[in-house]
Ligand binder design. Structure first.
Ligand code: GDP
Ligand code: ZN
Length: 445
């Protein structure tokens, strides 16, 4: 028993148009009551909407989507009204007066999932597409929405089911006419599958990075130019730039778009030893952010000579960038020492003056790096942590199956591996993830 829901599907506020959508068994009656009749299915029909007292609400393009050929699979409708607050409010009130309920976030898509219109990975892709801020995020979400991610899991699952059939035959007919190595026949396919799952797992960070952003941490001593770099890359004043060391006390995170990909840039200032309790917590967080980041930019005041170059330098790893800043000034001892240390550690170095336009060199270096890290011929098989968790569990189960001596035990591991993969599409255990998946949606979707 479902009730009938409605919600404005467009963002609130003054706009040319607003869309209010409906879904559920009471839609036909509601449309008839407001629009004076039900238009032909899936055809735009211009109708005068009136509330229950007969007062006009608006002229609206009205659509009637009888189920099951609708987004949710239920009867649905849309009113395209003028986007004024008063119009939308009046329509919302009229729908409430008819006994319809305002939808929860993601409830339309949740119903679509429950009615088999979408699987869970596709439902996630709907949310991702709505949230997409970069072209790469949108492309990845569209590919997932089209079912490509789910199809890869289905393919792996089918291979597991075939291996399972072989193993079960070995269990059922242990010493009959079957060749002795019947269980061994499952080995080759399982080994191939394990390689594929491992490769997908290794690649799984990439999909999350596309969705959530490639993480870049700025580390370096106070006064090196981190805030200057952050502001210049963000093209706004997100961090305070001052000549007083230690102004930034916590992690400041700004989103960037580099080569069509989302990146998160964080100023992890205050990565210094300190006694003060509050600052110590800030330092701990900053350090953790820098260690988890995909890339660190170690910013050095190349003009300095007071030994400050050492600070935070130990956080840098091979492949990171050492930015020797203040190239407009005479190079001091710090610059030379940091350059030598960077070469030692396998860091690339870049000489810039952030004061005189050096940011563009940094931006192109970063863009090249982010594109290289995130682009590939194939979309990733995991775009969320829960996909990666399923992949990991499946890979572990397959590894265990390969190590089992008894076909019976191997079969059980293979069964559990298939189950782990089925979780991605929501074919099994959907309850465990439904709330998590749909709580991130906006109202009206
Ligand atoms: P942070 O403490 O690492 O965040 O450093 P800031 O970005 O706050 O910069 C510290 C000081 O260095 C400020 O006075 C900046 O104007 C100055 N500064 C930053 N980049 C350059 C540069 O390329 N050349 C010169 N001469 N000064 C710079
Ligand atoms: Zn700063």
């Amino acid at each position: 028993m479902t009730d009938t829901i409605f919600a404005p599907a467009t963002a609130p506020g003054r706009a040319a148009l607003a869309v209010v959508r409906l879904s559920g068994p009471g839609v036909r009656d509601a449309v008839a009551a407001l629009a004076g009749g039900v238009p032909s299915p899936r055809r735009a029909s211009l109708r005068r909407l009136r509330d229950l007292d007969g007062a006009p609400i608006d002229e609206a393009l009205t659509f009637w989507f009888p189920g099951p050929a609708s987004y949710t699979g239920e009867d649905g409708a849309e009113f395209h009204v003028h986007g004024g607050l008063a119009v939308v409010d009046a329509l919302v009130e009229a729908l409430s007066a008819l006994g319809l309920r305002l939808a929860e976030p993601g409830e339309f898509t949740r119903r679509a999932f429950q009615n088999g219109k979408l699987d869970l990975a596709q439902a996630e892709a709907v949310a991702d597409l709505i949230d997409a801020e970069t072209s790469a995020q949108a492309r990845q979400a569209l590919d997932q929405l089209g079912g490509n991610l789910s199809r890869r899991y289905d393919g792996w699952r089918e291979a597991l089911v075939e291996a399972l059939a072989v193993l079960e035959a070995a269990v059922d007919f242990p010493d009959e006419d079957l060749p002795e190595d019947v269980a061994a026949r499952a080995r080759g396919p399982l080994e191939g599958l394990q390689r594929e799952l491992q490769a997908a797992l290794l690649d799984s960070e990439r999909g999350r990075r596309v969705r959530e952003g490639f993480r870049i941490a700025l580390v370096g001593a106070p006064n090196a130019g981190k805030s200057s770099l952050l502001n210049a890359l963000a093209e706004r004043d997100a961090a305070i730039v001052t000549a007083t060391p230690g102004t930034t006390r916590d992690v400041i995170e700004v989103p960037l778009v580099l080569g069509g990909y989302k990146a998160l840039l964080a100023d992890t200032a205050g990565v210094r030893e300190t006694d003060e309790a509050i600052e110590a917590e800030g330092v701990r967080r900053a350090r953790a952010w820098a260690e988890d980041a995909d890339l660190r930019i170690w910013v050095v005041d190349a003009h300095g000579s007071d030994g400050a170059w050492r600070e935070a330098g130990e956080l840098a790893r091979a492949g990171d960038l050492c930015l020797l800043n203040k190239a407009d000034l005479v190079t001091g001892l710090d610059g030379d020492r940091a350059r030598a240390a960077a070469a030692d550690k396998g860091l690339e170095t870049l000489d810039v003056s952030l004061k005189s336009g050096g940011v563009e060199a940094v931006r192109s270096w970063l863009t090249e790096r982010v594109v290289a890290a995130l682009s590939a011929a194939e979309f990733p098989a995991a775009t969320r942590l829960r996909h990666a968790e399923s992949l990991r569990e499946a890979a572990e189960r397959v590894a265990r199956a390969l190590a089992q001596r008894e076909p019976e035990l191997a079969a059980e591991d293979v069964r559990l591996a298939a189950r782990a993969l089925e979780r991605v599409s929501g074919r099994v255990d959907p309850e465990a993830v439904l709330d998590r998946v749909f709580s991130s949606f906006c109202i009206g979707k």
